[in-house]
Design a protein. Structure first.
Length: 263
């Protein structure tokens, strides 16, 4: 495809994704109360929120802005199957034949890991809030604005969701031959240190519980990546030993000798 055709396809994919997100936002805007109650539930589980479970709007337009934000979050999640499919449909033709076989698996894994990260973040929000809302002692009462709370919740969900895409990146690098299993094992200590350091920086609360809740699962997932990569490398080595031509890229054209034949 020419560059103009790629741009046209990108425009089409973006348009379909935006339409799906718009429809999802409209649905979430009309049914925003259950979504808001779901997002507010972690605050209600804290000692501060257990008494009233009320969040405060500090401006005239704050309630309208909050409803829009809740609708956007809910609509984006509702439309996730559509825009993820459009993203995969746009990227897949650019991959080699050997890589396209794994495209669907990578997309599904990315979605599952992202959702797992957000679920884990949602379960940890209440404990993180409890730590910070009671840090000053019993003589300080916190008036938590709804804007600040939703910003905090959104940041927590995104931080955990994006962090849990780390195994997908590692396995993709192994798939394309950039990061073999031997190098992954050699870098284990550095990777674990990097995971703990990144978790301490990424987590919005930065309390020990939330920090460990992100770092420990990522270390376990990295060990799982090492096992999967080792099995793949062994299988690939056996296939290449049995058939030397198996290591050749099927999308690479064969060499043609331009010299005239003796016949």
């Amino acid at each position: 495809m020419a560059l103009v055709e790629h741009l046209r396809e990108l425009r089409t994919r973006l348009a379909i994704s935006l339409v799906a997100i718009t429809v999802g936002v409209c649905v979430a805007y009309t049914e925003w109360q259950p979504i808001y109650d779901f997002l507010r539930a972690p605050y209600c589980g804290t000692s501060e929120g257990h008494r009233t479970c009320n969040l405060y709007a500090l401006g005239i337009f704050d309630q309208f802005k909050v409803r829009l934000r809740v609708a956007f979050i809910g609509g984006t999640i509702l439309a996730a199957p559509v825009w993820l499919y459009e993203l995969g449909a746009f990227i897949t033709p650019a991959l080699h034949k050997k890589e396209r076989r794994y495209a669907a698996g990578f997309l599904v894994s990315a979605l599952v890991l992202f959702l797992s990260g957000t679920v884990l973040a949602y379960l940890s929000i209440s404990r993180g809030l409890q730590f910070f809302l009671t840090l000053g002692g019993a003589h300080i009462s916190v008036i938590l604005s709804i804007q600040a709370y939703l910003s905090f919740v959104t940041l927590m969900l995104l931080a955990f969701g994006v962090a849990f895409e780390f195994p997908v990146v590692i396995l993709f690098l192994n798939l394309v031959g950039v990061l073999p299993s031997a190098k992954m094992r050699a870098w284990r200590r550095g990777m674990i240190f990097g995971i703990f350091l990144a978790s301490a920086i990424i987590t919005p609360t930065q309390d020990p519980f939330t920090f460990l809740l992100m770092a420990v699962p990522l270390c376990i997932l990295y060990e799982g990546c090492i096992v999967i990569a080792r099995l793949r490398d062994r299988g690939r080595a056996r296939v290449e030993a049995a058939d030397p031509l198996a290591s050749l890229d099927p999308d690479t054209p064969s060499y043609i000798d331009p010299r005239p034949s003796s016949l």
